[in-house]
Design a protein around this ligand. Structure first.
Ligand code: NAD
Length: 390
């Protein structure tokens, strides 16, 4: 993070739950942004949060906060189902920037409306896909860009959490690894069960399917408790990863371990602990947005800055996830880019088959947790991979 002498970008948080704590820690680390106020419909929660983070202003009413505070960025960490009502209040208020925690929305109509409202009102919209700001993940993208495993033929992405809990992160990351150049074509998705854990997004418990892309690889994915586990730390939240098969090697990344590749001309890996980097990555995201907002707000200093979590790139994973729900509901191939409506997924809950019993959940990998003091060991076979017949 660079030294910055310009006036800080004034940020207010909406929703003062556990995730907001992470945002507040990151805002402390940010050199560009400053948390100045918070709002929660539960007033006591807003008051406690303000006391914890030394904020002079807290609110239980969003319009009052928007009227009282001169804000550059509203940062929304409400539950996923509460996005559109917040955006409907923020968009006309003249705030230059809006950051929404992922997912963009739970339902297709709400998500498209959020995108339209921000476009129409000129609010710069960002979605909190902070994994794009993890330095090791950026280095992994560089490995693929450098062609270390050749031309990419196939991707397998999996998480133990549902499509709307972790799936949006996972799809966003797949697209990031391909430098946002994947053009989705068609999806075939099967789903089962219905998420019933309190606080979890309402969607199928388990989703598995394939996404075809124009002139790109097929992306096989699985989101839910029956997905494969990943060797590495056994924190259940960190069970998410991506395997990639190229024309001259294989590569992979998982949230509970790091990345690795084996190619014809070499191999490498980088291990890291997700939690040790999350606040730093989140702070980098805030700095990036802060710099971009200086460009768009006449009261702030100008800077030509691209933000990789902007509305256009975030809409990619939202569209794919919504089209996946549509395919699961229809039980047939669907065009991945055709807009989805609530009607397309309304029947989803009723048509879902019963989930598999708990006993079918594959056990977590027995690989012990990472000990940072232990030097990295190879995680893949020593022999070079024989390129598949093309
Ligand atoms: N990017 C990540 O890695 C990551 C990690 C964890 C959670 N999340 C996301 O962050 C979001 C919040 O997660 P959480 O666990 O803190 O949720 P939570 O439900 O525990 O807390 C949300 C807070 O928002 C408040 N709220 C609800 N409606 C509101 C409204 N209209 N105005 C103001 N406040 C309102 C609630 O009272 C609550 O205090 C979710 O969308 C979740 O998916 C993202």
């Amino acid at each position: 993070m660079s030294e910055n002498t310009a006036a800080p970008v004034r940020v207010a948080l909406v929703g003062c739950g556990p995730r907001a704590e992470g945002h507040a820690r990151a805002l402390r680390l940010s050199s560009d942004c400053e948390l100045v106020a918070c709002c929660d419909v539960v007033e006591d929660r807003a008051a406690a949060f303000a006391a914890e983070w030394g904020l002079r202003h807290y609110y239980s009413d969003l319009p009052t906060m928007l009227k009282d505070q001169e804000l550059a960025l509203v940062d929304v960490a409400t539950p996923a189902a509460v996005r559109l009502p917040v955006v409907e209040q923020v968009a006309p208020a003249g705030v230059p920037g809006l950051l929404l925690e992922k997912p963009l929305a739970m339902r297709p109509d709400a998500g498209y409306r959020v995108l339209d409202l921000c476009r129409e009102s000129g609010v710069q919209l960002y979605v909190n896909h902070q994994l794009r700001f993890f330095p090791p993940i950026q280095r992994f993208q560089e490995v693929l860009r450098a062609g270390k495993i050749g031309r990419i033929r196939m991707v397998r992405a999996a998480t133990r959490w549902s499509l709307l809990e972790h799936g949006t992160h996972l799809f966003d990351l797949v697209n990031f690894l391909f430098e946002d150049a994947l053009v989705p074509e068609r999806l075939l998705v099967q789903a089962s069960g219905w998420e019933e854990q309190a606080g979890m997004p309402e969607c199928p418990t388990h989703t598995a399917g394939v996404l075809t892309t124009a002139e790109g690889p097929r992306v096989y994915f699985e989101c839910g408790p029956w997905a494969p586990s990943w060797p590495g730390t056994i924190n259940a939240w960190h069970q998410a990863g991506i395997d990639i098969v190229g024309s001259s090697g294989v590569a992979g990344w998982s949230l509970n371990r790091g990345w690795w590749y084996v190619g014809e001309n070499g191999r490498d890996e980088e291990r890291y602990e997700h939690d040790a980097l999350d606040d730093v990555a989140q702070a980098a995201l805030f700095d990036n947005i802060g710099a971009a907002l200086r460009q768009t707000s006449p009261t702030l200093e100008a800077a030509a800055i691209d933000v990789p979590t902007d509305a256009a790139r975030s809409a990619w994973s939202f569209q794919v996830v919504m089209a996946a729900l549509r395919s699961a509901c229809r039980r047939s191939w669907v065009d991945a880019l055709t807009p989805v409506s609530d009607k397309d997924v309304d029947r989803l809950h009723e048509v879902m088959p019963e989930p598999l019993p708990e006993s079918f959940v594959p056990p977590l990998s027995p690989v012990p947790p990472i000990d940072p003091a232990t030097p990295s060991e190879p995680v893949v076979p020593a022999q070079p991979v024989v390129p598949p017949e093309s």
